[in-house]
Design a protein around this ligand. Structure first.
Ligand code: AMP
Ligand code: ZN
Length: 469
């Protein structure tokens, strides 16, 4: 499996730090509003990377944060006259709903910046001790950028060509910095802002430190993959490397993956430019599976322009796959023969070639555009080669293959069989209510209904837990 590594600007063979395991960190959204479809691109792309790695047999530890303390959240809280946690909690919940509708798996851990302040202060302390950071007169802590000799290695920038003036440098007190390139690790609170006590001042963390700390805590000093949108290469990821490698004395991440932008009218879709659609807007017109399919129809490192026409063709493309899968299911209602018929072994070999084609595309830096082309080829093949005369064994095998490839892309082609998390939780709540009402027959009926769909319930002291069997 080859991955394009931003660090080397080359495709490299993927060799995990620990055999069979992948430790992966994806920078998540700042939660002050509903996510827009640009934010959904890294979610969908890296969820697909994760699914493919799991399909290959890797155990993936996938961490993705929510930035829940930030100027934009505070601004929104002030505008609504509420505490900033009201804003962040609201939009984390909304973001999780969108992720579910996009069939993005929940991360192994979704850490929150506000819950990790202790770890951030620890790392800041280490950086000061190692003289990679210093405290200014007002209690702001700055990272001494020039002290990290490899600064610029990810973005391929020469430190002497850099000027101050990026998002992190503008935060406060340019004049108290030793060097305009230094960036903020900790900054004093302003009136009405959330803050934490520290040895330096009552204040809050800079943005970059949170990812260094959460990645270390949940995945260890060294990880396999760190990912996000390409706007994060500089300064965010460059600064994360400077912090983590200076503090831990180890290489931070082996492979750096960045998705290109989702554009609209050939300009980046962003909240600040005001040219965006939220995922929720799109869900009013389309099943969000169509949006997922649209995102995967391009390679993740190619810019993708959003348009109504492309969404329509994504819808048609996805419908073609779903129709082929439904045809196979229809044939299965009457198909006979538990074994492949004599002339079918060769046919099935043909069908399996599309799996090889799919894997080859995914092994080549997750080329989902070509992988989807392989699914289309399988669909075409299935439409011409599987019919009412085919054995049940062949029909089933082709259906299973189509479903497996779609699953890797996170595309649901067998809707009736899939129960969404929200439906499961609704049934669990109904069961709890039935038990309260002493309607045990109904409670058992719900348990059986879930079991039939492969959902196993477990009553624990903390409440009902469920898993897919
Ligand atoms: P933010 O909330 O702005 O920090 O963004 C969260 C994630 O979405 C980051 O990985 C960004 O790089 C990514 N992102 C934001 N806008 C776009 C876009 N138009 N296209 C692709 N990725 C984006
Ligand atoms: Zn980050």
């Amino acid at each position: 499996m080859k991955i394009f590594n931003t660090l080397s600007r080359r495709k490299e063979e993927f060799i995990p730090l620990e055999p069979g395991k992948v430790r992966m960190y994806v920078c998540g959204p700042t939660v002050y509003n509903l996510i827009h479809i640009g934010n959904a691109r890294p979610m969908i792309v890296f969820d697909t990377v994760r699914r493919y790695m799991e399909h290959k047999g890797y155990e993936v530890n996938y961490v993705s944060n929510f930035t829940d303390v930030d100027d934009k959240i505070i601004k929104q809280a002030i505008a609504e006259g509420v505490d900033s946690t009201v804003i962040s909690e609201r939009y984390i919940a909304e973001c999780k709903k969108d992720m579910e509708a996009l069939n993005v798996k929940p991360a192994t851990t979704h850490p929150l910046a506000t819950q990790e302040i202790c770890g951030m202060l620890d790392m800041i302390g280490t950086l000061i001790e190692k003289e990679h950071a210093y405290v200014a007169a007002d209690g702001t802590v700055y990272y001494r950028t020039r002290s990290f000799k490899e600064y610029g290695k990810l973005s391929h920038k020469n430190i002497d060509d850099l000027r101050g003036g990026n998002r992190a440098l503008l935060v406060s007190g340019e004049d108290q910095k030793e060097d305009p390139l230094d960036f903020v690790l900790w900054k004093p609170k302003k009136e009405g802002e959330p803050y934490w006590d520290s040895d330096y001042c009552k204040g809050r963390p800079g943005w970059h430190i949170e990812c260094s700390v959460m990645s270390k805590k949940y995945l260890g000093d060294e990880i396999d993959i760190h990912a996000g949108g390409e706007d994060l290469i500089f300064p965010h990821h460059e600064n994360e490397i400077a912090q983590s490698e200076a503090a831990n004395g180890r290489e931070f991440a082996k492979y750096w993956m960045h998705n290109a932008f989702l554009n609209i009218d050939n300009r980046k879709m962003s909240k600040s430019l005001g040219n965006f659609f939220t995922v929720r807007d799109i869900s009013e017109k389309y099943d969000l599976q169509v949006l997922r399919f649209f995102m995967l129809s391009a390679h993740y490192r190619s810019p993708l322009n959003f348009s109504a026409d492309l969404m329509e063709s994504a819808k048609n493309g996805l419908d073609r796959i779903i129709t082929a899968a439904e045809n196979l299911k229809f044939l299965l209602q009457t198909a006979q023969g538990e074994e492949l018929a004599a002339d079918e072994a060769k046919l099935f070999e043909e069908a399996q070639m599309y799996v090889t084609q799919f894997d080859a595309a995914m092994d080549d830096d997750f080329n989902t555009a070509d992988a989807i082309a392989a699914i289309f080829d399988l669909v075409k093949w299935s439409n011409t080669n599987v019919n009412a005369e085919s054995s049940k064994a062949l029909t089933e095998a082709v259906f299973a293959e189509m479903k497996e490839l779609a699953d890797i892309c996170g595309l649901i082609i067998d809707k009736q069989a899939e129960m969404l998390d929200a439906d499961i939780e609704k049934l669990i709540a109904d069961r709890q209510q039935a038990r309260k009402d002493k309607n045990f027959a109904r409670a058992d009926e719900i348990r059986d209904e879930l079991l039939n769909k492969g959902i196993v319930l477990e009553d624990t002291r903390e409440g009902v837990k469920w898993k897919r069997a």
